[in-house]
Design a protein around this ligand. Structure first.
Ligand code: ADP
Ligand code: MG
Length: 734
């Protein structure tokens, strides 16, 4: 529990339980609102002006709306033991029916008195349809002119809304729930606003940022006189979110940068130059730029903390290897950490083959600049491990490749200078810290990720890292032809997909079949089950294929609920060409390199995110053979799914797909955020608010440079808050 230095943060941190009572607070909690701060930053999703009529022409069945309308007629009708008020309201053009049911005659009479012809009111409810006419069943309503509000179970609510109308000329409609209607939220906010005095930021920062002071912003958002005013108010709250994050990140970068690192300057005619000479291809412009940036940071006395983004096959490994060689040239060691044994082995193989005799250590007759390359994984023999550990501690091994085993105690480095982490998302922040602790000085760190995300998001999620990107593909890479098949429209094409696999296998190639589920509707981590649709499951599909369309082929399964050893065995057999078909879940997403795999069939492809599909299809077409990816999905009248799968077929730019993914999905999914919890981004949308984020980042740096900041209790509280949010939430999930 944080301790706050300033009254405003203390007020904001108050729990709603202590403000509105337990029952209401419980309803607030369901909306993710736990503190006063959460509450006042809960922004109306739209505003209604008390003076203008909402056009009925915009109504859509199923939507929750508020309209301002005039009553045309109302009457009580009885049928059986109960009755209802049947009324008609109009926006001046069109008509909407309205029904209110009750077994109590006095209620019915009360309602008809309120809904007297000519009365004008705000009606809030879900739009229904009955006999070709829109209708509201039991809307909540407040009469704006002409009516007296007396009694009735919603009297307080209506009074609250009337007060809201009187206070401002606009009524804000909040994201609400059936148990927590918009006016209860408005009322609660009205109650806490007077307790919030002063700003959450020092005045000079507010001015520098060009946003409204906090109190003004709250009034503008919750009691606006115009939509423009409300917008400016929201801008301030949005800035707060961006600034809080960026300030905490900037501080983190500073703390990291304050630790001393050993500079690793370039040495002429060393192993790096020898390697460059024999590189069989020309580096892309992106690779050169990334290397230049990395090299200049390696030469500094503060540690590099850089993220290298680039999709599969964009040539990240070569960039990392050059950084490692440069470290070796400067007398240090470099370690490459992979998320799985299979990947560690693959890295070992590709790096030793790229290095040739430069990687053979100080053997007799070896290249004079050669260094040792060792592989350290859990499954290696004790003798092999002992030898590797020895080479690491003596410095014989300049390059160390491995898995988590590297994090364990007995591993001691001679002089660890650079840590390269492949596939960031499998490693936690703590693991990075564990490795860093193995160096005398803080090592330079390069994180590689093959799931490209837009820069603004990277700045938010990986804000403690600077970002480099490899956007172009090295020449000569195979394209993966992607075809989307709607299996509802073309059921026979499913058989065609299996035939394609048979053809590829007959030609000596290998195939992947990817399913969202493991067995039944038991899904792979990160996927969502579907109550209605039976999703393709690895454990079920594999035997069906083996005894059916793919009989006679060598098939194995791979998924996240298998014992690790079993999974690694299947992977290794596939890599070694001892299997024809691997039926798998998304566990194969990360980095498996089988140049001989040429076709992939993705079942229920609509259940995967775009970035995920892109990552998956990067598993084929990695060798000399063209790749084919068949996306199968029974898409029934879902324009969104059609767009997404269509986009997959039409572009192979991972960055473009990542952006599209974001515009189509809730951003939280991409950030891996917990949607229901608090502390997730509320107003900030990393994609559309890229400007705000970039501005906040610049300002955060500036603020930390300014001597006024050091002793400012408001900034201390702001950072405490940012850390609190980060601790339980998405930032650490990176
Ligand atoms: P990533 O790690 O980003 O998935 P890699 O570094 O493994 O990509 O590169 C994929 C393949 O492309 C490797 O075989 C690598 O040797 C090759 N490659 C890398 N850079 C280039 C380049 N500039 N020109 C041609 N081939 C390249
Ligand atoms: Mg790679």
């Amino acid at each position: 529990m944080a301790t706050w230095q300033t009254p405003i943060y203390r007020e904001l941190a108050r729990r709603l339980v202590d403000v509105v009572g337990g029952k209401t607070a419980a309803e607030f909690a369901k909306l993710g609102l736990v503190t006063v701060d959460d509450l006042v930053r809960h922004v109306p999703r739209r505003y209604l002006s008390g003076t203008e009529m909402t056009s009925f022409g915009q109504l859509k069945v199923g939507e929750e709306v508020a309209v301002i309308a005039r009553v045309v007629s109302s009457e009580i009708r009885y049928s059986g033991g109960s009755g209802r008020v049947q009324a008609t309201i109009t926006d001046g053009d069109e008509y909407v029916s309205l029904s209110l049911f009750s077994g109590n005659r006095r209620h019915l009479e009360f309602w008809t008195r309120q809904l007297s012809p000519g009365a004008r009111g705000i009606f809030v409810g879900r739009v229904g349809q009955f006999q070709h006419r829109f209708q509201f069943t039991h809307p909540d309503f407040v009469i704006l002119d002409g009516a007296k509000v007396t009694g009735g179970k919603n009297a307080t609510a209506r009074q609250a809304m009337q007060r809201q109308v009187q206070r401002a000329t606009m009524v804000g409609l909040y994201p609400a729930s059936s148990k927590l209607p918009t006016w209860v939220i408005a009322d609660s906010i009205e109650m806490v606003l007077p307790t919030l005095r002063g700003d959450t930021l020092p005045a000079w920062i507010v001015e520098r940022a060009g946003v409204l002071p906090f109190e003004h912003a709250l009034t503008a958002v919750h009691e606006p006189t115009s939509t423009d005013q409300a917008k400016v108010g929201v801008d301030r709250l949005r800035f707060d979110e961006a600034f809080g994050i960026q300030l905490a990140m900037a501080q983190k970068r500073r703390d990291a940068g304050a630790q001393p690192a050993t500079p690793r300057p370039r040495r002429k005619a060393g192993i790096l130059d020898a390697f460059d000479e024999r590189l069989p291809f020309i580096l892309t412009a992106g690779q050169i730029a990334a290397c230049e940036t990395i090299f200049s940071e390696l030469a500094r006395t503060s540690p590099m903390n850089r993220l290298l983004q680039g999709e599969v096959g964009s040539g990240k490994t070569v960039v990392a290897l050059r950084a490692m060689l440069r470290t070796v040239d400067a007398g240090g060691q470099a370690v490459l950490l992979a998320p799985t044994e299979v990947l560690a082995k693959q890295h070992y193989q590709s790096i030793t083959s790229l290095l040739g005799d430069l990687g053979e250590g100080r053997k007799l007759g070896a290249h004079p600049e050669a260094t040792g390359v060792v592989l350290l994984t859990g499954s290696r023999s004790t003798a092999a491990k002992r030898e590797a550990l020895n080479d690491i501690v003596t410095g014989e091994a300049g390059i160390v490749i491995g898995t988590h085993a590297l994090l364990s105690d007995p591993v001691t480095f001679f002089d660890l200078g650079l840590v390269v982490i492949d596939e960031q998302h499998r490693f936690g922040v703590e693991q990075r810290a564990l490795l860093s602790a193995k160096a005398e000085n803080k090592p330079h760190t390069l994180v590689m990720t093959a799931t490209p995300i837009p820069r603004s998001i990277a700045m938010t999620v990986f804000g403690d890292l600077e970002v480099s990107e490899l956007r172009e593909r090295p020449a000569g890479r195979q394209k993966v032809q992607t075809v989307y098949v709607n299996t509802l429209q073309h059921p026979s094409w499913v058989d065609r997909a299996w035939e394609r696999i048979r053809e590829e296998v007959a030609g000596g190639r290998q195939a992947f079949v990817v399913c969202p589920a493991i067995a039944g509707n038991q899904v792979e981590a990160g996927m969502e089950a579907d109550g209605e649709r039976q999703l393709a499951a690895v454990e079920e599909l594999a035997p069906q294929l083996a005894s059916g369309p793919l009989s006679g082929l060598r098939i194995a399964v791979v998924h996240g609920r298998q014992p690790v050893a079993e999974r690694d065995d299947a992977m290794a057999a596939f890599v070694a060409g001892k299997l024809d078909v691997l039926v798998a879940t998304t566990v194969i997403e990360v980095g498996v390199d089988v140049p001989n795999a040429s076709v992939m069939v993705v079942m229920d492809a609509d259940r995967f995110g775009l970035s995920q599909l892109h990552q998956l299809r990067g598993r084929v077409g990695r060798g000399v053979h063209a790749g084919l990816c068949l996306l199968l999905a029974p898409v029934d009248d879902n324009a969104d799914a059609e767009t997404r799968l269509g986009a997959m077929a039409s572009t192979d730019d991972g960055f473009e797909l990542a952006e599209l993914d974001l515009t189509l999905r809730r951003e939280g999914d991409v950030l891996g955020a917990n949607q229901s919890g608090r502390g997730t981004l509320k107003l900030l949308r990393a994609l559309t608010d890229a400007d705000v984020i970039a501005h906040a980042k610049v300002l955060a740096e500036e603020v930390l440079d300014d001597e006024r900041s050091a002793a400012d209790p408001l900034l201390a509280d702001l950072m405490t808050k940012a850390e609190e949010l980060a601790a339980g939430e998405w930032m650490e999930k990176s």
